[in-house]
Each structure stands twice: as structure tokens, then as C-alpha cells.
Write a protein that binds this ligand. Sequence first.
Ligand SMILES: *[C@@H]1O[C@H](CO)[C@@H](O)[C@H](O)[C@H]1NC(C)=O
Ligand SMILES: *[C@@H]1O[C@H](CO)[C@@H](O)[C@H](O)[C@H]1NC(C)=O
Length: 303
Amino acid sequence: MILLLVALSFSDPIAQGKSKFLGNVIGGNVPSNFVNYWNQVTPENGCKWGSVQASQSSWNWAECDVAYNWAKSRNLTFKFHCLVWGSQEPGWIGSLSNDAKKTAVTTWINAVAARYNSIDLIDVVNEVLHAPASYREAIGGSGSTGWDWIVWAFTQTRSAFPSSKLLINEYGIINDSNEARQLIEIVNILKSRNLVDGIGIQCHQFNVNSLSAASAKSVLDQLGATGRPIYSSEFDANGNNEASQATIYQRIFPAIWEHSSVKGVTLWGYITGTTWKDGTGIVEQNGNERQAMTWLKQYVASH
Ligand SMILES: *[C@@H]1O[C@H](CO)[C@@H](O)[C@H](O)[C@H]1NC(C)=O
Ligand SMILES: *[C@@H]1O[C@H](CO)[C@@H](O)[C@H](O)[C@H]1NC(C)=O
């Protein structure tokens, strides 16, 4: 009995009881040790429009359901990723008329709302600076704000999901104050219409591997000055080896985790050999923890 209690106490998620979450992605199935580490869920690929509606007449929610149902069954924060994005769009969208494109996006947003009634956070538009939706002219184009298509997407999403927090999500921000400034211009347009509830910054390895903590903090201050919470939404890091990866975590992760505007961090994968970029895993497939994970657990426990 004592052994059982000890085992259970070691299986709490890393950020259990903390004021911010530490989450991860779920793909086609849930790793058995997910529950021991993470207390927020983002679907890796399964909820992207091109995955769900690969052909216009057939909808495949199977992988999206896995992540949503698992998160909800454990009362974990679930983020939907994502509604409007220029990558992993359905291939058929390009050949439609503008009217039909607009109808198709509206149908997609409403179909997500009809299927999932308790989404906590939504990446409404993803990568507007780097991969804007191909169909943006059909939903308002630049218009008078310069970004009317984004305003349209958030307006539709607010009305379809009145209880969810709506986020804009982008990469290349944490390491670049000029890109951060461009994103803030869009956030302010949305903010003045009460359409945006948070800013997602991806923080992948190509943005954080050689970044200094001071530069990261300065961009976080810049974003935080909007008054909107920040989510580090797709964190990963890799070095030449396990030790150099751990060094990157030790340098950058605290600058993000300890920033008062940051409300949560989501890692983009954690099991070696299954992540989208080589060397970003922090737990081996046999369950052994790499140095970055050993450090992360003790760091978060004490901060
Ligand atoms: C989730 O929350 C509900 C309602 O508060 C509760 O009944 C249920 O036991 C919780 N489930 C888990 C796995 O914590
Ligand atoms: C930030 O990272 C991007 C890759 O997303 C890179 O192209 C860019 O040069 C970096 N900018 C700075 C200022 O470090």
C-alpha cells in the first residue's frame, strides 16, 4: 500500500498545482506516460483542417477526437489547433469560387463547434506572418484594417465558441522584436474589437537554440505590454547531444516560465524518434529521461 501511494505521487503531471500549465501534443494515440508529465493537451496534427476534411464530402475526426476526449476525461486544458492557416489546408479549397471558399471556412468552424462543446483555448489563425490562408481574399482580404480576413476569422470564431479563449499563434517571434512588433499590430486590431484573448508564440528549436534569455525576456515584455496573456505554444530545443540540449533548456525555459505574462507552456512532442525535428525528444522510447527532462522536472517543482 505504501509502495502504491509512492508510485501514484510520482505520476502527477510536472506542473500539477502550479498557476501555469505545462502541456504537450497528442497524435494518433496517447503515450502511456503522458499522464506522468503533462497537464494540457494540444492535438499535433489531427485537428488541422486538411486532416479532418481531406475531401470536401468526408469528415474524419478520429485523431482529433483522441486528443479532445483524453484531455476532457482527465479535466486537462485542451487547445484546438487550428482553424485558419495557410499550411495543411484541404487541397480542394483552391479551386472553389470566393463565395464557396467563404462558405467552406464557415462550415468548418461551425462543424468544430458542433462536435466539441468544451474547448478551452483555440488557435484561431496560425502563422499569419509566414503562412497566411490561401483563401484570405474570400474572407475579407486586407480591407480597411490591413488584416480584415483575420478580424473575420476571429468574429466567426467568437460567435461559434462564446466560452473559449481565442488565440493568435505564430513562430519566429521570441527571437525577433521586429516580428513581435508586427504581430502586436494585429493583436491590437483584434483587441480593440474584443476578439483576442491571448498570444501564442511557438518557440521551436530554430528560434530558441541560440537565443539568449535576455532577448527572450525583452520580447515577452513587449508582447505582455498588450495586456493579453502569452502562451509558449510549441516549445522544443535540440543540441548536438543530450547535454547541450539540457543547456538550452536551462538557459531559455526559465525566461519563459517565470515571465508574469506567460500562462502556459506546451512542448511540441517529447519522445525521442517521434518528434517532428530530430533530437528534440526529452524522454527515450524505453522511458529513460534525458538530462533536459531531469532538469525540467526539478526546475518546475521549485518554481
Ligand atoms: C473531472 O471533474 C469532474 C467534475 O468536477 C469530476 O467529477 C471528475 O471526477 C474529474 N475527473 C478526473 C479524472 O479528475
Ligand atoms: C529568428 O528565427 C528565424 C527562424 O524562424 C530566423 O530566420 C531569423 O533570422 C531569426 N531572427 C533573429 C533576429 O534572430
